[in-house]
Ligand binder design. Structure first.
Ligand code: SAM
Length: 289
């Protein structure tokens, strides 16, 4: 499916993330932790129990596990000091995890200027500021004076024009560099039109796996490994929905907003459960690698 996103879509995504900052900090920051992810997770408990803090801890642990699984299961382990481009870095969780756990030198990109500052503060707080840099840059048009050993994009390509971002990532990668991607996708193109309005609020533009592959191929990349994590993220949505319902009951933050999110995440859980939405992690390598 061709995407018709315009520069105003980029502006809308920037505004959308900008106004979510406090919610992200409230939901995903454990105490004074400096590593904050904003994406789905794997390995969450099927039957979410415990108080709200325990649910938060489970959400965050399973997000962390997704990042680790991507590197391990997609043969992505890199030697320390290798360089990693984190495309659409959110509040820096993936970059800082990779800098801390694998000793990588990371560059995270986001459209949101205040998120760059928060990521930089987190990097300082975690003692990682020499390894992890963050830039305000549009991934569709980015250029760099040097090449990266690998790139990663967790739930960010779905906000971008796929052909453009695959092209700019391919240009940024070293000759043997690879690209790890995690995103939701629709199993059939017509579902993007039906589910689109439901997801319009999040600004995400769903595509099929073939849409990703076509965009990759036009940039000289091809999918070499894929893992379908639909079932695992279904469990995560259940946990996230339970978190919002419990937060509403406990009177934490904005009650109607928590209830609304609890409901939306429950619907998302069902869409993944019945397979109308799916979730993949994949590795893309150069066609001629
Ligand atoms: C769901 S968040 C991803 C979170 C992040 N990958 C993590 O590990 O926590 C989506 C991110 O994509 C970024 N994004 C969307 N479109 C972008 C673009 N054209 N260029 C750079 N970043 C973009 C947003 O600014 C946001 O940080």
């Amino acid at each position: 499916m061709m995407q018709s996103a315009s520069p105003s879509q980029t502006e809308a995504v920037k505004r959308w993330y900008s106004q979510k900052t406090q919610d992200l900090l409230d939901k995903y920051r454990l105490g004074e932790d400096a590593i904050l992810h904003f994406h789905l997770g794997v390995g969450a408990a099927r039957d979410p129990r415990g108080d709200i803090r325990e649910l938060q801890r489970q959400l965050v642990t399973s997000q962390q596990l997704l990042v680790e699984r991507m590197f391990q299961d997609l043969d992505g382990t890199l030697p320390p000091n290798s360089t990693l481009l984190d495309v659409g870095c959110g509040l820096g969780g993936t970059s800082l995890t990779c800098a801390e756990k694998y000793g990588l030198r990371t560059t995270g990109l986001t459209l949101v200027p205040e998120h760059v500052r928060i990521c930089q503060d987190f990097a300082k707080q975690a003692g990682l500021w020499e390894r992890a840099q963050f830039l305000e840059k549009d991934a569709e048009t980015m250029t760099f004076p040097h090449r990266f050993d690998a790139a990663i994009a967790i739930e960010s390509i779905c906000y971008m024009r796929r052909e453009r971002v695959f092209r700019s990532v391919a240009q940024a990668l070293a000759p043997r560099g690879f690209f790890l991607v995690a995103d939701p996708f629709v199993p059939r193109a017509f579902l993007a039109g039906i589910l689109g309005p439901l997801y319009a609020a999040t600004m995400a533009q769903m595509g099929t796996l073939s849409d990703y592959d076509r965009a990759a191929e036009s940039a000289g990349l091809r999918r070499t490994q894929t893992i379908d994590l639909t079932e695992e993220v279904t469990v995560w949505w259940n946990l996230s929905s339970a978190y919002h319902v419990k937060a509403a009951r406990a009177g934490i933050g904005n009650r109607p907003r928590h209830l609304w999110r609890g409901l939306r995440h429950h619907v998302a859980m069902h869409l993944f459960q019945v397979g109308l939405l799916r979730y993949f992690v994949a590795r893309y390598d150069r066609v001629n690698a």
